[in-house]
Design a protein around this ligand. Structure first.
Ligand SMILES: N[C@@H]1[C@@H](O)[C@H](O)[C@@H](COP(=O)(O)O)O[C@@H]1O
Length: 259
């Protein structure tokens, strides 16, 4: 894992977007197309905006998969991840192919099966992910399933995660937040050739510390990123504020930008 620490959310997001653009362009040049996975959440907004402004990406040659989605709300609901990704990415750059998770399908298990069959025909070149305040990766809340080989799975959302969605303003009350979701599984995320994790903001500091300094465990799902050979974690001063940098420098390749 490589860790990059920039002073601000904007600088962190811009650096991550530049790396993302280079990866996509290189893959399109080598292979004629690039397959990527897109994440959502408040923490991804500036990154996605920077990504949309990167020059020279032939988006028509990209294939997008969707990381996670609530079960039971339709794509016009403002908290739906399809709504978010349409507004913040797809309507701006128009990827050549988009494979949405239909979270309002009447048969969520069947929807997982449908998507799992599609994604098994592709190799993910790069996955863009965030980390939740509870340490989740996509909607794999703790304790996450590190073992399943099914690419998309149905999961129960934990109370911390659901409360977080209310705090961020996506839903009015806890009762409005769905209890289940469809998520890309941990193993499937780890099949990506590269992972770019964008994790800015003070509210993520504890999850980041646990993910990097604690044990690799389903109790902190994002800790699994440390096992990936080509994972790039982008932090800002706030999200890295609790880290023991001197100790981490002995374990990882860390780049700290000057303010
Ligand atoms: N399930 C989504 C993830 O796909 C996202 O990467 C993460 C960070 O989101 P946020 O920035 O809103 O904390 O949690 C969200 O709830």
């Amino acid at each position: 894992m490589k860790i990059y620490i920039f002073p601000t959310l904007e600088e962190t997001s811009k650096a991550a977007a530049q790396m993302a653009a280079e990866l996509l362009k290189r893959r399109i040049k080598e292979n004629g197309k690039a397959v990527f996975v897109a994440a959502t959440g408040a923490s991804q907004l500036v990154f996605l905006d920077c990504l949309c402004h990167q020059k020279g990406i032939d988006w028509s040659k990209t294939v997008m998969f969707h990381l996670d989605e609530y079960i039971g709300i339709d794509e016009t609901h403002p908290a739906s991840f399809r709504y978010y990704l349409r507004k913040n990415l797809v309507e701006k750059v128009h990827p050549g192919e988009v494979h949405w998770i239909q979270g309002d399908s009447i048969n969520p298990a069947g929807e997982c099966q449908r998507l799992s069959e599609i994604i098994s025909k592709y190799h993910i070149d790069v996955a863009f992910v965030g980390i939740g305040e509870n340490g989740h990766l996509a909607f794999n809340d703790p304790p996450a399933d590190f073992e399943t080989s099914q690419p998309y799975i149905v999961v129960e959302l934990d109370q911390t995660c659901r409360l977080q969605q209310v705090k961020e303003g996506w839903f009015k009350s806890l009762d409005d937040v769905p209890r289940k979701a469809i998520t890309m599984s941990i193993k499937q995320i780890l099949t990506a050739s590269a992972i770019i994790a964008v994790v800015p903001e003070k509210r993520k500091a504890l999850a980041v510390k646990k993910a990097l300094e604690g044990p690799i465990s389903p109790d902190c799902p994002a800790s699994i990123l440390r096992t990936h050979q080509n994972c790039h974690l982008f932090l800002d001063a706030d999200s890295s504020s609790l880290l023991n940098i001197a100790w981490l420098k002995q374990q990882y390749n860390i780049f700290v930008a000057n303010s």
